[in-house]
Design a protein around this ligand. Structure first.
Ligand SMILES: Nc1ncnc2c1ncn2[C@@H]1O[C@H](COP(=O)(O)OP(=O)(O)O)[C@@H](O)[C@H]1O
Ligand SMILES: [Mg+2]
Length: 234
């Protein structure tokens, strides 16, 4: 399973929104996806329980998951939705399993400050230092006309990390969360602008997949993957 870790130490940074929409995007292209939900608030798991049955199946991997069902489903992708208080040991373990990391950040000085500290920790990780795991930055609910959006962009530039995309601030995201869908499951007339905004992220993920496979980076198998219980759910 190609594994995408979504992490940021701030609650409300947009981790679950990013995770569920990435899963929806992959599922809409007939890929089998599992979301590892490490947050005891279970936002992603609850989102999946609201997901209409006619949409492509996405599995949640939590402590209640039937492992036989997961093995039979044979996911090709795993998206790990984390909580805000990842312990160091868990971070290290997750990075050893991940193929890439996405860090969503709100356009707010508090979020920028917390993320700056988090990036220092990420940079110190051996799997990031060796280049096995690429980090991509994502601006959350960003209105590009605002001054804070500019400040967020400046922060991203200073970090020297790739800016993957800015998710527009739109009511469509809370609506998708409520209805168990992603922007990829809605009629194009409602999401045209959003789908366009997400294109750079879709391309970045594709690049990471190619980069990782060309370099022969191993991908986590279901049997040895991160087990809820190994990593603390907080
Ligand atoms: N791009 C966006 N536009 C509007 N609202 C958003 C956007 N991204 C997230 N939200 C809302 O912000 C809140 C926090 O997002 P969430 O994804 O739950 O963050 P986290 O998982 O990091 O705690 C949720 O209510 C979500 O619906
Ligand atoms: Mg969340």
């Amino acid at each position: 399973m190609f594994t995408i870790l979504v992490a940021n130490p701030k609650g409300g940074a947009g981790k679950s929104t990013l995770s569920t929409n990435i899963a929806g995007m992959l599922a809409s292209t007939k890929q089998r996806v599992v979301i590892m939900d490490l947050d005891k608030q279970q936002s992603a798991t609850n989102w999946l329980s609201r997901r209409p049955g006619m949409l492509p199946k996405i599995m949640s991997w939590n402590e209640q998951t039937d492992m036989e069902e997961l093995r039979t489903f044979a996911p090709q992708w795993m998206v790990i939705d984390t909580h805000a208080r990842l312990r160091r040991a868990d971070r290290t373990y997750l990075l050893s399993r991940a193929n890439c990391v996405l860090v969503p950040v709100n356009p707010s000085v508090f979020d920028i400050e917390a993320t700056a500290k988090f990036l220092i920790k990420l940079h110190a990780d051996p799997n990031v230092q060796s280049g096995k795991v690429a980090i991509g930055m994502v601006g959350s609910r960003t209105d590009s006309r605002t001054r804070m959006a500019q400040e967020l962009n400046n922060f991203f530039k200073r970090s020297g990390l790739p800016v993957v995309m800015f998710v527009p601030d739109s009511v469509v995201y809370p609506q998708c969360a409520r209805d168990g869908v992603s922007i990829y499951d809605l009629p194009a007339s409602r999401t045209e602008n959003q789908i366009e905004a997400w294109l750079p992220l879709v391309n970045w993920i594709r690049e990471q997949l190619n980069r990782s496979r060309t370099a022969g980076v191993p991908e986590t198998a279901v049997d040895v993957a991160v087990q809820p219980g190994v990593v603390q759910i907080a």
